[in-house]
Design a protein around this ligand. Sequence first.
Ligand code: NDP
Ligand code: 8X3
Length: 250
Amino acid sequence: MFKTVFITGATSGIGKATAQLFAKNKYKIIICGRRIERLIELQKELSKFTEVHYLSFDIRNKVDVFNAVNSLPTNFKNIDILINNAGNAHGLGTIDKGNLDDWDAMIDGNVKGLLYVSRAILPQMVERKDGFIVNIGSIAGKEVYANGNVYCASKYAVNAINKAMRIDLNEHNIRVSAIHPGAVETEFSEVRFKGDKEKASNVYKGFKALEAKDIADIIYFVVTRPYHITIEDLVVYPTAQASATILKRE
Ligand code: NDP
Ligand code: 8X3
């Protein structure tokens, strides 16, 4: 029987590439995001390979999260792998001038949203004594950089939640891994800079950034290790990047 993967943030970037890779490898896929037209398009694309179900909800809304998970049809109800990927940075600036709506978006999405989705899905994994959770953190959860303040705080929280899951779920045979990417060229910077495409593309100028599919390959590698192996924590940089602030550009 093919395993079922639940991927948050599948309308773009890392989540979309991950859905494409798992679908090609015949996993059943549940793709999530707010942009329904993109979900429909991706469902159409991936249905050539496997069974695909989409759920459109905002991870910041706990009622919507639980309603979405509870609405799954019988053949998608048993989730084997949860990929907690949805998230974004909103703004980049000093903490004294921070925009409170941006702070809410990051804490509510990157932290509380990840918790809500996990809380909605974990009980069935605990009951079956089987499951795999992959949390997408960031190098921003390993190192605080200037102007990154609240985004970094949200990803430090993901790092802590990942460790907490490893501890609390250990007795239930549930595997938990975190992947912490450096610069990946996706829509991430466009969201951070509120649609300013020029500012966003400058982030990736002069070096070879990671591509979404590079992280998808790593997620796939992590979840396909034999049962006795768990890669708890993986930091992945583009070769040109040595830390959040050290980047060799041509
Ligand atoms: P994208 O902006 O390309 O994708 C973000 C995804 O998250 C979209 O599918 C978006 O879907 C979804 N999402 C965001 N907010 C919400 C929300 N409130 N409710 C539901 N879905 C939401 O960025 P990436 O692919 O790069 O980002 C994926 C993850 O990787 C994030 O957690 C990010 O922090 C992390 N990351 C990214 C790095 C990078 O350099 N790109 C580096 C390190 C980590 P929709 O808008 O349709 O709801
Ligand atoms: C995204 C990478 O360096 O912009 O999490 O925080 S960074």
